[in-house]
Design a protein around this ligand. Structure first.
Ligand code: FAD
Length: 450
C-alpha cells in the first residue's frame, strides 16, 4: 500500500509528482539540517520562558500533564557559553549591540578561540520591544531575563501522553484563530481574554480539517514549476486564510507524526514507531499529510531566501572555529534550498490584492497562536510548541518582510532565538517526511504479510 494513491486528487491530478519533488529535495536537505540541529551548540540550545507565564485565556489546572515524559530538563546557566548568559545579554543595548565581551583592539579575546574580525559584528540580538514585523512574540527578551536554557537535543519531541480535554482545547482555540470573519479588532481570543486585536477582512467561513479548502497540494509540474497558491482557490475563502490554516494543520500533523514515530510502549518501556497511532491519525486524513509537505515547501523557501543574509550574520558560540563551521553548514543548507525551493513556493502571490489590513490580521492571529502555547499543560509539548510557532513566525517574517537580494544589513534583524527556532522547525518537518517514509514501508510490509 502506498501513501500516494490515497491522497485526494481533486486539485492534484498528478499529485504524486509534487510530493516526489519535495521528497527528492528532502533527500538532500535532511542530512544538512540534521547535522545543524543535532551537532552544533548554536542550534542545540534555546532560551525561552517555559514556566513563568500563565495561560492568558483560561485557567485549567486539570489540563496539566503529570507524566514524566512531559518533563523538560533545563540547563544551569553556567553550562551555557558565556556569550549567551542572561547577565551578558542584559548588557546589550539593542539590535545592533556589539559583542558582550568588548575589548581593546590588541587585547586577546577572553573567550575560547579568537573571534577575529567577526568580533565587532552584531553578535547576539536582544530587543525588548516586539518589532511590528514579527509574526510571533519574542520568547526570551520579553521574559525580562527570566527565561530558561534548554537543550533541544536532550529533550526530543516525542510521545508524552498529554491528551484529553486540555490538549483538545488548545488545538480548538488555535484553529479558531483561523476565523478571519469577525469585524476589525474582534479576534476570537480577544473577546476571551484581552488579546491584541486582529482585524477582519470580510471573508466568511472556516475551513474545517478535511474540507476541500484545506486540501489541494498543487502539482509543481503542471504549474510552471511553482507551487501555485492561486490554484488553491476552490471556494469563497481567500488564499491567505487557507495558507494560515495549512500552516497550523501542518504543524499539528508534524507533531502527531513525531509522537507516533517516537512512541512509548508502556508495557515494554521501549520507544519505537507505532503504526496504529499513525493509521488512526493519518489514514483517513490525507490533507494532514499534504499540509506537512506544504509547510516543508514554505520553510525551505524561507531558508533559501536567507542565502544572502546568512554570510554576514554572526553565529556566536564564543568559539571562532565553531562559529565558522556553523555558518558554513547553514549557508550550504540555504544555498541548496534556494536552488529548488523558489520553484515550489511562491509567496509573491500573497497579500497583493486590495484587502487592506489582511497582512496585519494574519500577523496578529499568528501572534495569538504563539500566546496559546502558554496554555499547553505539558512542559515538553509547550517547549516544542513554542519552538515551532516561533519557527513558522520567523519563516513568515522572512517570506513577507525580507528582501532576498540584500544581506543582513539591509533586512530586519533575526534574533538568535528566531534563527534557532526556524532551523529546528525545518528539522522537525524534514524528519516528519522521513518518518512518513518509514511508516509507508511498515504499511507495505503489513499488507504483504496480510
Ligand atoms: P488531537 O491531535 O488532539 O487533535 C484534536 C482534533 O483536531 C482532532 O480530533 C481533529 O479533529 C483535529 N486534527 C487533528 N490533527 C489535525 C491536523 N493535522 N489538521 C487539522 N485538524 C487536525 N503530545 C505528545 O505526545 N507529544 C508532543 O510533543 C505533543 N505536543 C503538543 C503540542 C501542542 C501545542 C499541543 C496543543 C498538544 C501536543 N500534544 C503532544 C498532544 C497531541 O497533539 C494530541 O492532542 C494528543 O495526542 C491527543 O490526540 P487526539 O487524537 O485526541 O487528537
Amino acid at each position: 500500500r502506498s501513501i500516494c494513491p490515497n491522497k485526494p486528487n481533486e486539485l492534484v491530478p498528478d499529485g504524486c509528482a509534487s510530493y516526489s519533488t519535495i521528497e527528492e529535495l528532502n533527500e538532500k536537505l535532511y542530512p544538512l539540517v540534521n547535522d545543524i540541529t543535532q551537532e552544533t551548540d548554536y542550534f542545540g540550545y534555546y532560551r525561552l520562558d517555559l514556566f513563568g507565564r500563565t495561560c492568558p485565556f483560561w485557567s485549567d489546572d486539570e489540563g496539566m500533564c503529570g507524566n514524566i515524559a512531559c518533563a523538560v530538563t533545563t540547563i544551569d546557566e553556567k553550562d551555557i557559553p558565556p556569550i549567551w548568559r542572561a547577565g551578558e545579554l542584559g548588557k546589550l543595548a539593542g539590535p545592533k549591540a556589539s559583542h558582550p565581551a568588548t575589548r581593546q583592539p590588541d587585547e586577546p579575546s577572553p573567550l575560547a578561540g579568537a573571534l577575529g574580525e567577526e568580533t565587532e559584528e552584531s553578535c547576539v540580538v536582544e530587543e525588548d520591544e516586539c518589532d511590528e514585523r514579527d509574526y510571533c512574540l519574542p520568547e526570551d527578551e520579553s521574559a525580562g531575563g527570566k527565561g530558561d536554557y534548554v537543550s533541544l537535543t536532550e529533550n526530543p519531541e516525542r510521545f508524552t501522553g498529554y491528551a484529553g480535554a486540555g490538549a483538545a482545547n488548545v488545538w480548538k482555540a488555535i484553529y479558531r484563530e483561523n476565523c478571519f470573519s469577525k469585524p476589525r479588532g474582534e479576534s476570537s481570543l480577544a473577546s476571551a481574554g484581552g488579546v491584541m486585536g486582529a482585524g477582519g477582512n470580510g471573508f466568511q467561513g472556516f475551513a474545517p480539517p478535511g474540507s476541500q479548502a484545506a486540501m489541494g497540494f498543487v502539482n509543481v509540474m503542471q504549474h510552471k514549476g511553482k507551487l501555485d497558491l492561486n490554484n488553491l482557490e476552490v471556494d469563497d475563502e481567500c488564499l491567505e486564510k487557507r495558507v494560515f490554516h495549512r500552516v497550523i494543520s501542518g504543524m499539528h500533523a508534524s507533531i502527531s507524526m513525531h509522537l507516533c514515530w517516537d512512541y512509548l510502549n508502556q508495557s515494554t518501556g521501549e520507544w519505537s514507531p507505532n503504526l496504529s497511532c499513525f493509521i488512526s491519525r493519518f489514514e483517513n486524513y490525507p490533507e494532514r499529510l499534504q499540509n506537512i509537505y506544504f509547510n516543508y515547501a514554505l520553510l525551505a523557501r524561507a531558508i533559501g531566501k536567507l542565502r544572502n543574509y546568512l554570510p554576514t550574520y554572526t553565529f556566536c558560540s564564543g568559539d571562532y572555529y565553531q562559529n565558522r563551521i556553523t555558518k558554513s553548514k547553514v549557508v550550504k543548507l540555504a544555498n541548496t534550498a534556494a536552488s529548488t525551493a523558489p520553484q515550489i513556493f511562491d509567496e509573491s502571490l500573497m497579500f497583493r490584492d486590495e484587502m487592506v489590513g489582511l497582512k496585519e490580521e494574519f500577523r496578529n492571529r499568528f501572534r495569538n497562536v504563539s500566546r496559546l502555547m502558554d496554555c499547553v499543560g505539558c512542559d515538553k509539548c509547550r517547549l516544542w510548541g513554542k519552538v515551532q510557532t516561533q519557527g513558522y513566525g520567523t519563516a513568515l517574517k522572512i517570506l513577507f518582510e525580507f528582501d532576498e537580494s540584500k544581506n543582513a544589513d539591509g533586512n530586519p534583524v533575526l534574533r538568535r532565538t528566531e534563527m534557532v527556532a526556524l532551523f529546528n522547525t525545518f528539522g522537525r518537518v524534514s524528519h516528519s517526511l522521513r518518518a512518513l517514509e518509514g511508516f509507508s514501508r511498515m504499511l507495505n510490509e503489513k499488507d504483504e504479510a496480510d
